[in-house]
Design a protein around this ligand. Sequence first.
Ligand code: SF4
Ligand code: SF4
Length: 706
Amino acid sequence: MHLGVLPTERLRRDLDAAIAKAAQPVDGHRPGPHSVVESIPEYRRLISTLLNGPVAAARAPIPEDLLQRQQHLKAAAYFLDATLAGVCLLEPGEVAEAAASGRPASDAGTSGPVAVPAHGHEPVARPTHALVFLIEFGREPAEGEPGDAWIRGSNAERTDLRCAEVAVVLAGYLRSLGWHARGHVHGDTALDLAALAQRAGVAKEVGGVLRMPFSQRGFRIGVVTTDLELACDAPIAPDERLGWPDEAARQGVGGTRPAFEDEALAQRPLHLGRWPMERIRRVDQPTTMIDRSRIQRVPKRADLFTRALAGDLGPRAQKERTRFAVKHPLAFAMTPLIRGLVPLQGTRDKLQPSGWGGDLSDPLRNAQSIKALGHFLGADFVGICEAEPWMWYSHDEVEGRPIEPYHRYAVVMLIDQGFETMEGASGDDWISGAQSMRAYLRGALIAGLMAAHVRRMGFGARAHSNAHSELLHLPAVLLAGLGELSRIGELVLNPFIGPRSKSVVFTTDLPLAVDQPIDFGLQDTCAQCLKCARECPCNAIPYGPKTVFNGYEIWKPDVEKCGKYRLTNMKGSACGRCMKTCPFNSEDLVEHEQRLWQAIEQPESRRHLIEHDDRMGGGERNPVKRWWWDLEIVDGVARAPVAGVNERDLSPGRDERLAAAQKIAVFPPHLQPRGGTTMATVVPLERAAGLRAALKEQSEQQTRKP
Ligand code: SF4
Ligand code: SF4
């Protein structure tokens, strides 16, 4: 994982290479009058306040070996989607500048520095090292393509924002390990970032501008300075060519991103995204029935994790609720930003079109432009559906206030949790929570920024993130055509990344063309495949058939068992083991693609493919990808986990015993807190009633059968 997506180990290095004055690459265009750059500064202002902060009271038990530390931090940067990462020593003259904050950078760069907040003067020990990372520019639409007017000329600002996000998380991570650390990004640093990038061996000066190896795209630089001692990289040798060294490297040997990937993407309109969703069959209605007339809207207070926080699941679950997903220091480092984004999510107001966005009368063009913008900012999939009234929560949980649906459309996005880290994980070990939080953070930032952009055009828009949502994501993901409901239950599975995603939504009144649901044969596949049920540590995924729950046809999981396991998992942080072990959790390598299309197009091959996946060890851990440190924050300090680590691979043959013992409880609306209930009232979860409700649903299902 520390080698990243490009074959950096092929680069020749030279410790004595001269470091030249250089500028970061800039966007070749000026932002147009309707550019998304207008909405970026408020996000930069928030992020700037988090580049520095308090340090944990004691140091974590991490390896003494400097190379292991360096590789670990590079892997963490790649986990957060850095394109290249390296480490260098700070020079004596830089130490004070790294410790200071706020003065705009000296490197030439984007259009105008970002306003500097009045923060960042926390006491900082003398930093000694810099972790330097590059993030590539986003793919842009061609001239005149949908989204062009919003995107063109904004790449440097867009990518500086991403660098700032990653710098906040990495610096926060080091501080939660007990070392001082501060993030630096153009407009919010006193350091020469371009010089650091050369010394850390991630870029080279060519004609006064930095260039990155193996890429033609522009990029921006993020840096984290720290007093944690690390092994250093060497600069790229002066005579090293920056292109692909040979055909094998071009084909991806030694890296995980072959050259042809960029070349293929260059041929695809941006609004279509990276994966060929246009090849998946569209249908009028989802492949699992939704009886809108039977759906009762539920209050936010009825959400399982909200119930846990209020005390409905008992004191232990209530105590763990505040830390279960963020007890690993990397996830912990993401929470201030996730929380800080909530006030920027937007309003519920109806606005008046401002004319600022130009001609917005064509819903199809608008929808394609929105999708292009989502992909440009980093969403992996974007779909659109009507935000129908039954999709909204009925009441908030703080004041018990009714929620009246306020926007007409839902723009729904999926963020991939990342294949490589998932490959190394068991799904319920110490990185699990950070995998979720990384995707939630990325989604919240993208959706918030897009909603802000739409509001500038005079249309109401509000983001709905994991930290605060007034709309149920599950039906929106389904109706926006991003996946089908799976056996995992309350999870919509995408054909290309499987269950390995987190969703984020923004609702709006901007006129948009909506998408149709999809059918890629998942109902038939899940009916034959029981792998997630077999591998669930707490037997919460049903072996039996789908039922109808509150108007939805669904494999209804036992949310109490699942929720309690995730909350009180002491040998890891949260759980995503069902995602990890599903045969659809794979990477778009050639072999996987062939099997995927076979499963989609040839129903008779599905059983064979499921069995093949199990036989080949699909869902086992790949130790090469196990890059993270097992740590747990207790009382503000990261330490070795007291209870140890979940070490799991596959459990073939476990089915029969689990299926026989399985008792699923369900909690329909009459067993949930009523609308208007606040967090001050405890509504104990009644498992016995849930078990009776499940039996009743099953017998009704039997009666309905012809
Ligand atoms: Fe089971 Fe974990 Fe999936 Fe919950 S998240 S259903 S506990 S595997
Ligand atoms: Fe469906 Fe099998 Fe994936 Fe479960 S593991 S969601 S049954 S394909």
